[in-house]
Design a protein around this ligand. Structure first.
Ligand SMILES: [Cu+2]
Length: 115
């Protein structure tokens, strides 16, 4: 009887660990150029951590913003690479863009988050 309870307890512990970890993080490598982003669509799950490695391959500065998620990555100078992360708690399509004046319409993309 004690062994059976132990096995049930162990199974419960394993399933709880499985739940709390959620979906594996999404690794995205992105390049910014003058004036574009080479990744224009990112598909993620609710609660999934999105890890971005963004390299600036251009001459101008570029940055990365998602207004609805409060993502405001500081500007990246030419030749530099930054890493940053975010996740969404609700499904939806979130616009991301470079906030440097005049870049928003060209250097942009959609983060599509589903359940
Ligand atoms: Cu830009």
């Amino acid at each position: 009887m004690k062994i059976k309870l132990f096995v049930i307890g162990l199974a419960l512990a394993i399933s709880l660990v499985g739940c709390s970890s959620g979906p594996a993080p999404l690794e995205i490598t992105m390049s910014a150029a003058d004036i574009s982003l080479d990744v224009t669509r990112i598909e993620a799950k609710v609660g999934q951590m999105v890890n971005i490695t963004m390299s600036n391959k251009g001459v101008l500065e570029h940055n990365f913003n998602i207004d609805e998620l409060g993502v405001k990555q500081a500007s990246v100078k030419a030749g530099e690479t930054v890493k940053f992360s975010f996740s969404a708690t609700k499904p939806g399509t979130y616009n991301y863009y470079c906030g440097i004046a005049g870049h928003e319409l060209l250097a942009r993309g959609d983060l599509v988050v589903t359940e």
